[in-house]
Design a protein around this ligand. Structure first.
Ligand SMILES: [Zn+2]
Length: 521
């Protein structure tokens, strides 16, 4: 009897210790839950993070989640301004999903059960990054700032791959995920000076494998590091995004200057996920490029939603639907070229115009903003499309793009138009019809039409893909407007009208309104 009582007391005592967890600051801590993963899946997940003390990492994530985001709660004024902007957003009726398993990384990872075990839902951090980024949740706030500085000043540059990114495909990877990885790898290789080489024995290498969800380490960690493209990740956005993490990129919505670009609508965010909207603690270098809502590193505007409502509200409302883009933006490409010092490789060569820069793979050619092409970016992008002259008379442009099949092509087919008004005028574009197989989805991930309305044609233009976008009028800042129709599923039909209007007409958006603040490193 006494023995039984002793055993029972021991068990109760053990349970109390377990439930209490780590309570360094006296607060109750929950024990980390790995979503609904099976024991084997947890084992696989932990193994994929073998460069990290996983228990320490997830304990820090739990402490971050426990903070409940009170520190990122918008001020009363911010909230009031946000509510006003929300009132004026179009009330899209979203199209049903084409793939049940695939959507933004956050949704895929929430379903897979890993979202809460990764930084901001899809990033693995090694121990030194845990110290640098989550330091205050591991060690307390005292020396966190010092560590953040160290992260930028010494760790950050060493976390690059140099000339070659070595990788190999684990047999666990599905054929689809392997094929899309190859497309994304070719994209990053052709757009930068980084060479990608398949090699399973290189000292530093990435193993592409099928884990739970989509995630990657940030930058080169050293040795073998894992990049997971699990079920729901076999799409270009996911592959290109995770490779960008492996190359060293963080998220657009965690840029230190993101408060100039978005307001986090904390009311709609799952309480345990609010911490994911903290800015990256490092003073990340954005190379003086504006916040681009069309960045491949920008999450969709319902990421970590508790109720289906929007979790990020753009401060520039016309760009609300750009969040969650399926294509790598020109500024993403330009920033990666800065990050790997590719631009410095061309000391002479082509004179690039319209915002293009010399292609480090052939300095006599340029990498051009979308809509532009030719050796120096002075031409319209080749293929489907036309250069059009706007006059004061209204003209109609009908665009048909895509094939009539339900094949979900990995990358977009595009039709590029350049609408030119006389030098001192502006261009007015009116969306008259969006028809065919309409896919009204966050980020216009299957199809849409983009209007580059500011004078900065490097910047992702305003994207439309919903029926209630019809009737929208856009007035450009300058006299040239690239209009790009893009499609990768079924067919799309767009009708727009355009005409030249006097320069006194108010522009929809000006380049100086694009959010950006200079880094204070
Ligand atoms: Zn990510």
């Amino acid at each position: 009897m006494l023995l039984k009582l002793g055993v029972a007391l021991f068990i109760i005592g053990f349970c109390l210790v377990e439930a209490r967890g780590w309570q360094k600051d006296g607060k109750q801590r929950r024990k980390h839950k790995f979503g609904n993963m099976t024991d084997d899946q947890v084992k696989g997940f932990k193994n994929s993070l073998r460069k990290t003390n996983v228990d320490r990492f997830v304990a820090a994530l739990d402490r971050l989640a426990d903070k409940n985001g009170t520190d990122i709660e918008p001020s009363a004024n911010e909230k009031a301004a946000m509510k006003e902007r929300i009132k004026h957003l179009r009330k899209h009726v979203r199209s049903p999903k084409i793939h049940e398993d695939g959507d933004d990384m956050t949704e895929v990872n929430e379903k897979a059960g890993v979202a809460e075990s990764l930084y901001q839902g899809d990033m693995a951090l090694d121990d030194s990054q845990v110290d640098a980024i989550l330091g205050e949740f591991v060690d307390g706030p005292a020396d966190a700032r010092k560590k953040r500085q160290a992260f930028y000043n010494s760790r950050y540059p060493r976390n690059l791959w140099g000339n070659t990114f070595y990788y190999y495909f684990d047999p666990s990877l599905t054929d689809e995920a392997k094929a899309i990885s190859q497309v994304a790898i070719a994209f990053w290789q052709n757009s930068t000076c980084v060479n990608f080489e398949e090699n399973s024995t290189a000292p530093n290498r990435v193993r592409f494998f099928k884990g739970q969800g989509c995630y990657s380490y940030v930058g080169m960690i050293g040795g073998e590091q894992d990049l997971s493209l699990g079920s729901g990740c076999q799409y270009f956005r996911q592959a290109a995004h995770e490779i960008a993490h492996a190359l060293g990129f963080f998220h657009e919505q965690s840029r230190y200057d993101r408060d100039t670009a978005i307001t986090v609508n904390t009311e709609n965010v799952k309480p345990e996920s609010v911490g994911n909207y903290r800015e990256t603690e490092t003073r990340n270098n954005n190379y003086n490029m504006p916040y681009d809502y069309g960045s491949i590193m920008q999450y969709a505007d319902t990421s970590f939603t508790a109720n289906g409502g929007k979790t990020m509200i753009s401060k520039v409302p016309v760009y609300q639907d750009n969040m969650g883009s399926q294509s790598v933006s020109f500024y993403d490409i330009s920033m990666m070229n800065e990050h790997y010092q590719c631009k410095q490789k061309c000391t002479s060569g082509a004179t690039c115009v319209n915002g293009g820069f010399r292609n480090s793979r052939n300095c006599n050619t340029c990498i051009c903003p979308s809509g532009y092409g030719g050796a120096t970016c002075s031409d319209r992008a080749p293929g489907c499309g036309a250069t059009l002259t706007a006059t004061s008379a209204t003209q109609t442009l009908n665009i048909t793009i895509g094939v009539r099949t339900s094949v979900d092509y990995p990358t977009f087919e595009t039709c590029n138009y350049l609408i030119k008004a006389p030098a001192s005028n502006k261009v007015e574009v009116v969306l008259r019809a969006i028809a065919g197989n309409v896919q009204c989805r966050a980020g216009c991930i299957y199809k849409g039409i983009e209007v580059k309305a500011t004078n900065d044609h490097r910047y992702t233009g305003i994207r439309y893909c919903c029926s209630d976008d019809v009737g929208t009028t856009i007035v450009s800042e300058g006299n040239i407007v690239p209009v790009i129709a893009f499609n990768r599923y079924h067919q799309s039909n767009y009708t727009v009208t355009y005409r030249s209007v006097p320069s006194s007409t108010a522009s929809t958006i000006l380049a100086i309104q694009l959010p950006m603040s200079k880094p204070t490193l």
